[in-house]
Design a protein around this ligand. Structure first.
Ligand SMILES: N[C@@H](CCC(=O)N[C@@H](CS)C(=O)NCC(=O)O)C(=O)O
Length: 314
């Protein structure tokens, strides 16, 4: 684990000292947009963009989900990095297809030789202008949702106009408390910082569980972006966050509504294929040696994601 400083790799763990033991996630460094507009620098074209992901990472997982749901597989190819993220950061299993690089930080310096910042997945690369369009998953999924419809003819909309304010509200609530909340528990280096994150996390899970008692999905009766953003955290929760990040008040499996909701989303066509529990468990338990110095990856838990979810009545 480390970061680039003026284009040079430094192997350093997250600095929590300046934040009272709290983990604070850095903002993404590349924030351009693919736009279906003749004036845009980055236009939707088949085969033009390449996506670098980790199957372990919940933020990268969102982009894989939208790529699948929107029929983008034939148009945007993917490199999957190794689950182990150690002193060199994310590494490729085989040299990646565009430049033969073996480390993800080489993709960042390929885009900007003097890049300073963390080297994160997902990364959306543009083969035409030879740069990174974006390394911010929340924005990449918006591009995938809409800007490539002219190529695919798939107009399914996970951020529909009439639900935008409800979706935004859920995203703004779920991101700090749940998506990033599990990391705030796991990477906290003081008892207080951990407890604050833990309380906020379980309050938020309780609230979402109550909401799902009377609503099929977060924004009502239609699956939206807000559900997929929550899904990628929920699907990792019992397998990793309960143990490794000490989010252990209860499991998703123990919630009356979240459990069926998670199963229902997992059972949507194509989604199970984007979910890889080997990569998920191996990445967290093997890479975070300050949390798990033995690097032992647990065998369990046994998950039941394929049985009927029982949410048809809503
Ligand atoms: N804001 C980014 C966050 C992505 C992110 O933090 N990814 C993690 C993997 S789960 C990562 O690559 N971390 C490497 C690091 O922080 O050095 C997004 O949502 O795309």
């Amino acid at each position: 684990m480390g970061q680039l400083v003026n284009g040079v790799w430094h192997d350093t763990w997250y600095d929590t000292k300046n934040n009272g033991g709290k983990f604070v996630r850095e903002d993404a460094g590349f924030r351009d947009w693919v736009q279906d507009n003749p004036q845009a620098k980055f236009q939707p074209e088949s085969g033009r963009y390449h996506l670098y992901v980790s199957l372990a990472c919940p933020w990268a997982h969102r982009t894989l989900i939208l790529r699948t749901l929107k029929g983008l597989e034939p148009h945007i190819d993917v490199t999957v990095v190794c689950p182990d993220m150690l002193s060199e950061g994310w590494q490729m299993g085989l040299p990646e297809p565009l430049f033969g690089h073996t480390l993800l930080h080489q993709i960042y310096t390929q885009a900007k030789v003097d890049y300073t910042g963390r080297v994160t997945v997902p990364v959306l690369w543009d083969k035409k202008t030879q740069t990174i369009v974006s390394n911010e998953s929340s924005e990449i999924i918006r591009m995938f949702n809409r800007e490539f419809d002219c190529l695919t003819g798939n107009v399914d909309d996970y951020y529909p106009q009439h639900l935008r304010s409800v979706i935004d509200e859920w995203n703004d609530y779920i991101y700090p408390a749940i998506n990033n909340g599990v990391y705030r528990c796991g990477f906290a280096t003081t008892q207080e910082a951990y407890e604050e994150a833990y309380q906020q996390l379980f309050e938020a899970l309780d609230r979402v569980d109550r909401h799902l008692e009377t609503h099929r999905y977060l924004a009502g009766n239609q699956i939206t972006e807000a559900d997929w953003r929550l899904f990628t955290t929920l699907i990792r929760f019992d397998a990793v966050y309960v143990g490794h990040f000490k989010c252990n008040k209860q499991r998703i499996q123990d919630y009356p509504n979240l459990n069926g909701y998670l199963k229902e989303l997992y059972q949507v066509d194509g989604i199970a294929q984007t979910t890889d529990f080997y990569h998920i468990k191996r990445h967290y338990y093997f890479s975070h040696t300050s949390i798990n110095p033995t690097q032992i990856v647990p065998q369990g838990p046994q998950l039941d994601l394929e049985s009927p979810h029982g949410r048809m009545h809503l």
